[in-house]
Design a protein around this ligand. Sequence first.
Ligand code: EPU
Length: 425
Amino acid sequence: MSAFLVRGGRELSGTVRVGGAKNSALKLVAAALLAEGRSVIRNVPDIMDMAAMAAVLRELGVTVTADDDVYVLDVPSEVGNSTPAHLVKRLRASLVVLGPLLARCGRVRVAQPGGCNLGSRGIDMHLSGLERLGATITYGEDYVEAEADRLVGADLELPYASVGATENLLMAAVTAKGTTRIMNAAREPEIADLAAYLTSMGAQVGGAGTSQIAIHGVTRLSPANHVVVPDRIEAGTYAAAAALAGGEVKVDAVVPGHLRMALSKLRALGVEIDEGDGHLVVHGPLRATGNPRRLRAVDIVTLPYPGFPTDLQPQLLVLLSQAHGSSMLTENVFDGRFSVVDQLRLMGADITLEGHHAIVRGARLLRGAPVRATDLRAGAALVLAGLVAEGETVVAEPHHVDRGYSDFATRLRALGADVERTDLH
Ligand code: EPU
């Protein structure tokens, strides 16, 4: 059994380079299914979720060659239209093949992902949107099937700005007959990235990145090349690490504009951040100089983009635990996203949960403890907590972190942290 072993108290400094966005790359490679031929996607992060997605694509008949951060995808004239349960279980995001496969094959069957550790995560908006585009949906015991000879454009009003539903419906609509409008669409930068790729494949998409997307269906798409947008959540995670335990840390290869709300909350906490062209410089508390900047309590509410991202919530919870005063953090996106709280309490954090609110009484001394990564972002947050904890923190189940962070321990170590991957006996 492996774990992250973190010895706290080291100051971070230096430069960390961020990779391509997990939550874009996963969808871009699914979009490649829409066109026969070779697509090349660059700046793909080296993470377990991408390996799982590559397995899904191979199952569908795509030849996937991954070399460093370049994915070469050779999509055959006939692709499979069914994803097996064991792969969907491994990667819920693989549901994003629903839209492109329905558009490409006229029929698709995906295993039902079931519950997962972020609480209830429905796909009702994906399915009712596809139905509005003319698909017939059939529910099996452990799968869902969608079928349509050719989808027909329609006005789709999402009851909630779901990222996954926006992406699936966008990919289904690009070759539908006529015009589709997605109202109350998700506005995440990853949606704009997907739309840019689809456009270079020949799709006609307007308004991606705003809450109304218009898609004029075309009959055929061609393969295309694309560079994945930088990972704003990976960037925000390193910025949070620096805010906790810097020194001066440069977070490179980012789009600062994609982190607007996160940076505003970090600044409200008292963290000094300089923004440059494609990078951030975060000035941490400078413990080593004996002149620590004090973090101040601040309230945070997670919301769809451009609101504060739920994917940075656990990391910011750690910062709030070190801030002077009481903060309230409200989670609006996933009902299971406070799983990190019990683990942080084991380390000495003072956090009370009331429904979807966490009340954090700050400036508590964290002590190293054996804890467990309950999901991807929780795992990253616990490693960050370990950076400022007294003594040794052992974060078990590090595979959750591998799903979304490339070489997390190595990169933190390059900044001066004492973090390693170790085998527990
Ligand atoms: N929802 C429904 N029905 C639907 C669709 C969504 O009830 O048909 C609910 C979900 O249950 C959830 C909320 O709406 O409570 C948000 O879901 P959304 O569809 O927006 O998120 P997602 O597509 O499942 C993506 C990211 C998440 C990220 C969210 C929000 C990927 C692969 N995943 O999930 O990333 O938190 O958007 O920004 O893109 C992560 O990277 O750690 C992660 C969980």
